[in-house]
Design a protein around this ligand. Structure first.
Ligand SMILES: *Cc1c(COP(=O)(O)O)cnc(C)c1O
Length: 443
């Protein structure tokens, strides 16, 4: 047995356990699934030993500026003293207690924070363990609301194409059915109603498309429990931006036809797009809203489903007057405590200025990519930068090019994109931009 107290951090070993890097990679390849990966793994992952600020420190030396915020999460960077203290302080009190019949201050404070900062009218908070589960809960809320009101035929969801809402069953059913990662499950998943993807571009507004949305919601109203979309930015479904005006169209059409509106803000929440939430670009309150990813500043897995009193009342007046969902680790105190600290850290600073600064930096450095052969589009919104190629990215070549520039990015499909932590310095934003351009050239 390796001695767990052995903190040898010397080259070739991965720190605490004394496993050499080749040993660790061999075990990893043989035993450990990675996201969207085959078994055994085919591409060798990088081994991260520690991380602080915006830098990932690799086993065997070397460090990379993180252009991904660990998938939209680590908005304040890694190893943040305030967030570390929040976890440590909570750890000394209790790391977890069940949430059935018990409650605690971290969860209550977090719920109050979320109600206060989210669009007016969202009053109630269900804490879940991951984004996908929060979407399951959102869909369950919609279906149960109508069932409780005696309208069980309203049991389908409508969404626009190009979306991504997670990997469990209901979320998969509202992911893009063709271009998405879940085409394998066509015919097995619940059949939802799909409308065309919104026209691309934050500034682009098309009356005909708005009419299409209204028409489809009206046509399917009798069977629709809700409409679910990612507001303003479609993330893992293709990193596309659209006009906030469509969110107002959805709000009006949903109100007119007795359909609930769900915003999946798991990627867009907490300032990433330049507004605190995607909904704020449009001044719209959804009936249900999902939060995750940056909720804990990237420290622990936690998500939340918020709803209005109208939705809660509907559910609570039904024949089964409860929301039948209760994850074992619901409201985990460690996660809730660090989420409170992350939110206080965000709101306690002029985060808009930081996001604007990163936006300007990305616009500046990514402009070069627009002229490269093989580049179809370059777009930036808030602290999100995207280079879209006219072919699928050669992952190995793109990753090599970016790491050579000292940057970690993780392209997918035809997209090389970045959403840096909000604390990223101007120099590091420029470095990320150079790396994305290099990846676009070689990928
Ligand atoms: C990442 C993501 C999810 C899924 O969240 P997990 O925590 O990975 O389950 C759902 N919706 C959107 C918009 C996301 O970006």
């Amino acid at each position: 047995m390796p001695d767990p107290a052995d903190h040898t951090g010397h080259t070739g070993h991965t720190g605490r356990t004394g496993l050499s890097v080749p040993e660790l990679l061999d075990l990893d390849r043989r035993h450990v699934w990675h996201p969207y990966g085959p078994m055994p793994g085919r591409q060798e992952p990088l081994v991260v030993e520690s991380a602080s600020g915006v830098r990932l420190r690799l086993a065997g030396g070397g460090e990379l500026v993180d252009g991904m915020s660990s998938w939209w999460s680590a908005i304040h960077g890694y190893n943040h003293p305030v967030l570390n203290d929040a976890v440590r302080g909570q750890l000394d009190r209790m790391s977890h207690v069940m949430f059935g019949g018990l409650t605690h201050e971290p969860a209550v404070r977090l719920a109050k924070h979320l109600v206060d900062m989210s669009p007016q009218g969202l009053e109630h908070v269900f804490l879940a363990d991951s984004g996908s589960v929060s979407v399951e809960v959102a869909v369950k809320m919609c279906l149960q609301h109508w069932r409780s009101l005696g309208r069980p035929a309203k049991r389908r969801m409508l969404t626009w194409r190009g979306g991504y809402h997670g990997d469990t069953w209901q979320p998969m059913s509202v992911c893009d059915p063709e271009g998405g990662m879940h085409e394998l499950w066509q015919g097995v998943l619940p059949r939802q109603v799909f409308v065309d993807a919104p026209p691309a571009g934050y500034e682009a507004y098309d009356d005909a498309y708005a009419d299409h949305l209204r028409e489809m919601i009206g046509r399917h109203a009798d069977e629709l429990a809700g409409v679910i979309v990612e507001p303003v930015v479609q993330g893992a479904g293709g990193m596309r931006f659209h006009s906030p005006a469509y969110l107002r169209v959805l709000r009006e059409a949903c109100d007119e036809h007795d359909v609930l509106l769900v915003f999946d803000e798991i990627a867009t929440g907490f300032g990433r797009t330049g507004a605190l939430f995607g909904a704020d670009h449009a001044g719209v309150t959804p009936d249900v809203m999902c939060l995750g990813k940056a909720l804990t500043g990237g420290y622990l897995t936690l998500a939340a489903t918020l709803c209005t009193s109208r939705v809660a009342d509907g559910i609570s007046r039904g024949e089964v007057p409860v929301l039948a969902h209760g994850p074992t680790f619901m409201g985990n105190p460690l996660a809730a405590a660090v989420a409170c600290a992350s939110i206080e850290l965000l709101l306690g600073q002029d985060w808009q200025i930081e996001v604007k600064r990163i936006e300007a930096g990305l616009r500046g450095t990514l402009a070069e990519a627009a002229g490269l052969p093989g580049v179809r589009d370059v777009r930036v919104l808030g602290a999100i930068g995207v280079v879209q190629l006219d072919h699928d990215v050669d992952m190995a070549a793109a990753t090599r090019a970016a790491t050579r520039e000292g940057v970690w990015v993780r392209p997918f499909r035809d997209l090389i994109y970045t959403m840096p932590p909000f604390i990223t310095s101007d120099d590091d934003v420029a470095r990320i931009g150079r790396a994305v351009c290099a990846a676009a050239k070689e990928g």
